[in-house]
Design a protein around this ligand. Structure first.
Ligand SMILES: [Zn+2]
Length: 242
């Protein structure tokens, strides 16, 4: 039925695995100043503070029982069994999609598990939290790696790839995103413009004036296994689940 699918995932799907989000009530931005820990200027002023902030995220992520949930697993299954083209774009910096088995995946806001050379932009997988000896191997002298995370005021990663996928997709599904942060909030308009079916999966009820054609209100871990089965069976997606 569908030939090309683009999926956008946001904080909601990670929150269901027990990760703290940035924007929600009790989110990280209530305890930390964005301009200090998530801007290029904040990093230039106090790199240690910024590294500590991401190291705390790292620690939380590697503590015990944070695991991919049924939503992540359903998307990995879709990738394995769907015969058309598929791209998962995530706003999350954790690696729960990878751990669930997703490979056709784009981290538009970067990855907690990587550092980046500020000169060449080459990325390096980190096996431990940030420290003073994290340097690149691409430059002489070696450069101190910065977190491979897109900060406020910086361009998201892979926008050209996302744009061309949206231009040709026939199904766009957004999962657990607030729909308020651009450019991701505008993806639905692009997909609609090119005639795709657009579906929103969210814990919150559909917003008035929403650009999505269909809404599923519920947890990603509950809605996605059902939705993925429908897609794999070649059924049209048509419904609201309340
Ligand atoms: Zn370098």
């Amino acid at each position: 039925m569908y030939q090309q699918i683009v999926i956008l995932t946001g904080a909601g799907i990670s929150a269901e695995s027990g990760l703290r989000t940035f924007r929600d009530q009790d989110g990280l931005w209530e305890e930390h100043k964005i301009e200090e820990v998530a801007t290029p200027e904040g990093y230039a002023k106090n790199p240690l503070l910024v590294e500590q902030f991401y190291n705390d995220r790292w620690q939380q992520f590697h503590q015990g029982d944070i695991q991919p949930n049924a939503g992540h697993l359903a998307l990995a299954k879709l990738e394995q069994e769907f015969e058309g083209k598929l791209l998962v774009v995530t706003q999350n910096i954790d690696d729960l999609h990878e751990r669930a088995g997703s490979k056709r995946l784009l981290h538009m806001h970067g990855q907690l598990s990587k550092g980046r050379c500020p000169r060449s932009r080459q990325t390096f997988l980190l096996k431990e939290p940030f420290g003073p000896n994290h340097t690149c191997t691409c430059c002489i002298p070696a450069q101190r790696l910065r977190p491979h995370v897109v900060w406020f005021g910086e361009m998201p990663i892979g926008l050209d790839i996302i744009q061309s996928a949206l231009d040709t997709c026939d199904l766009f599904i957004a999962i657990g995103t607030s729909g308020t942060v651009y450019p991701a909030a505008g993806f639905v308009d692009t997909a609609n413009h090119h005639g795709a079916k657009t579906v929103d999966v969210n814990l919150l009820p559909a917003e008035r004036g929403s650009q999505f054609q269909y809404h599923y209100k519920g947890k990603a871990s509950e809605v996605l296994p059902m939705l993925v089965e429908q897609i794999l069976q070649g059924k049209m997606i048509s419904g609201q689940v309340d």
